[in-house]
Design a protein around this ligand. Structure first.
Ligand SMILES: [Zn+2]
Ligand SMILES: [Zn+2]
Length: 294
């Protein structure tokens, strides 16, 4: 057992496995340190820790929070958080309620466009932060799929990608019909710190280009502890680039695949996040990181 992955999702947000199954799978794949970082949810961590004990896999409690800063949307990872922290639990619950309302609005808009969706079926899931993949899975069935085939004039055997579906049905007049629940960057930082956690910016290349590098010293001043430089979302030059920034600013360098599960690919999860493509071995430097995070 020698691998590490600090960015995983279970079915409590938009992943497809239970925390228990996720840990089992991690064991099979040779991981010895993982972190469950569901979006706006910490409900799965206890289950993961319990299962981790069975297999001697270290589970670092984590969370991924949607934040906004200036015109940017950042995903902030909180590591080593106290699961019992009242304020953190309260705010996450609020964000989950907001997301539920946003999903209801989204279903309403999809129905307006002629789709048939039973709301209670969409909400019949352990997820407290329902993802786009789950919602679109209801469009790939029966009459809805027929409608899509008609709308796109699909020929037999032709496939349609999630971005195409998104552009056609989830953007109305340039406005997204499924909005995330977000809190200000500063609020998320203070929440994570009050829960004794460390604050890490997830997959920077997803939200930033290199011309935005001036932001990092500001984010550090505001409490950022680390950068997820080694991410499956990054190409090699991004991995090098963000490691360099982290070293210059004395920020932690963390590692995460953003794994959501193996199937179904049509849900649009990044294929590069699969463990067959992204597996990082634990070395001396990573051991130092783990000592800080734990
Ligand atoms: Zn993310
Ligand atoms: Zn993620």
């Amino acid at each position: 057992m020698k691998y590490i992955d600090l960015h995983l999702h279970s079915y409590y947000s938009d992943g497809i496995y239970s925390p228990k199954d996720l840990v089992k799978k991690a064991k099979k794949e040779g991981f010895s340190i993982i972190s469950l970082t569901d979006h706006q949810v910490i409900d799965g961590i206890k289950e993961a820790i319990k299962e981790g004990k069975k297999y001697r896999i270290k589970i670092i409690p984590g969370v991924e929070i949607n934040t906004r800063f200036k015109n940017y949307s950042f995903h902030l990872l909180g590591y080593g958080i106290d699961l019992k922290n009242k304020e953190l639990n309260l705010v996450l619950e609020k964000m989950q309620n907001e997301r539920k309302k946003n999903v209801e609005k989204c279903i309403f808009q999809l129905k307006n466009q002629g789709f048939e969706i039973e709301e209670n079926k969409v909400f019949k899931t352990p997820s407290k932060d329902i993802g786009l993949g789950w919602i679109t899975s209801f469009l790939y069935q029966g009459k809805n799929w027929k409608k899509i085939k008609n709308d796109f004039k699909l020929k037999r055997g032709q496939i349609i990608t999630l971005p195409e579906i998104y552009k056609k049905y989830f953007l109305i007049n340039g406005k997204e019909i499924l909005s995330p629940s977000q809190i200000p960057f500063e609020r998320a930082v203070s929440l994570i710190k009050k829960a004794n956690g460390l604050v890490v910016l997830a997959h920077p290349s997803q939200q930033l280009s290199w011309s935005d590098d001036w932001l990092f010293p500001i984010l550090k001043k505001k409490g950022l502890d680390g950068i997820e430089a080694i991410s499956s979302h990054h190409n090699w030059s991004n991995i090098e680039h963000y490691q360099k920034i982290a070293k210059e600013l004395k920020l932690l360098i963390t590692i995460g695949s953003d794994y959501h599960g193996d199937l179904p690919l049509k849900w649009g999860f990044p294929i590069k996040s699969l463990w067959q493509y992204f597996k990082i071995e634990i070395n001396k430097e990573i051991k130092k990181l783990i000592a800080v995070l734990s």
